[in-house]
Design a protein around this ligand. Sequence first.
Ligand SMILES: [Zn+2]
Length: 451
Amino acid sequence: MSFLTIVTALTEGGQYYRELPDGTIKQMNPFSGVQVWTVPGRGARPLGQPFVNPRPISDADRVSACSFCADRVLETPPEKSRLVGDPFGEMRGAFRTLRHLPADELSSTTAEFRRIPNLFEILTWQYWHANHGADLPEDARRWQESYLSDLAGLAHVRRVLDAKFAAQGLSLRASRLDAAGLRRESAPFFGGGHDLIVARRHYTDDATTTAGLAGSGQLSVSEHRAFIAMTVSATADLYASNPKARYVAVFQNWLQAAGASFDHLHKQLVAIDEIGASNEWALEKVVGDPYMFNRWGPDFAIDHHLVLAANDHAVAFVTFGHRYPSVEIWSTSRLDQPWRMDSQEVDAVSDLLHAVHVAIGADVPTNEEWHHRPPEVETPMPWHVVLKLRVSNPAGFEGGTKIYINTVSPASLCARLLPRLFDARQAGRLAEGIRIGEECDLPRGVIQAAH
Ligand SMILES: [Zn+2]
């Protein structure tokens, strides 16, 4: 660290994180400018919220509780790919990928994870088509042709289109479309840029009531690795199939209180034609000083005893300057885009993310936001995941001042999660090789891509 960098760190320190005599902590996020105050005395509430009116579940509920459930696959658009268990493969517990299954084969295997288009895209196919002249890639066009030429596939596409038209308040019916109209209206299903990665379970296998929802922490370590690897590969695929995509936003909203449409575990990937305001903010700040990611990330966490866990290629810590109490999981790889990393490096991030989800519990609404370096940008942006706990709702004060009141201080969140991590490891729920709290003994500058 140069002399100038040290001076900058010292003078900027108070600006970003300041503890007042009464215990109030005034924070400003160095990468987003978000202003947050933690006010003492408001943080004693439980993180989770009791499930309202749980009722017993039947076997049918496990496979048909919502449109993402296994018995309702025809309610979502044609499936891009799925992971199925491979018990007889070389590696027990491994998964293999099946791509572009015809509609009448969707029920012949059990999908552990499915990649499907979002029926209601944030950026529509028409947006890409009209503004960027995007057309279906050859691979997608061939898939569309074969899907629509199959009777079961045609019926599936018409059914999903009708549901979409109805939701949009249109009286249009898919059966009245001619061949060209059907190809046009169904194009987003085959070449759109907003995908979901949906997990198999709605409820955990041992759930007896509707309160037993299966979140990320209820997956096994290997299932969670497969979930992350599939999301990483879908990110790379969205870039490859749309040259006008400048960024692929990856996120997970867990529970309806955090913005999910169903309480059924899924991630979302959205290709966009900007790199995004938050990336622009952060990149502007770190250009010429990429060590900032270390300084205000793991180095800060070391100094303030906020490190939760680490393994050979990733680190997890409680962070500051977010609207909600947050944990961040950073890859320590030299590379800053997950699809270029080797599988051990991706698994390492997956294992820590999984561990933190286990510790937080399925009853806490969360937003998981992934960040990586946009391909056109040269400044490093190490791959990291921000996990926000939606334990409070911003109200009038926040709207009027743009200062967010965070009810749980970083130290208090860390103190709540550490014992849960130890318990989870004791119970055999975490991946091998995870060090917790003081065991981490991290050096400074652990994120190699940020040097
Ligand atoms: Zn479901």
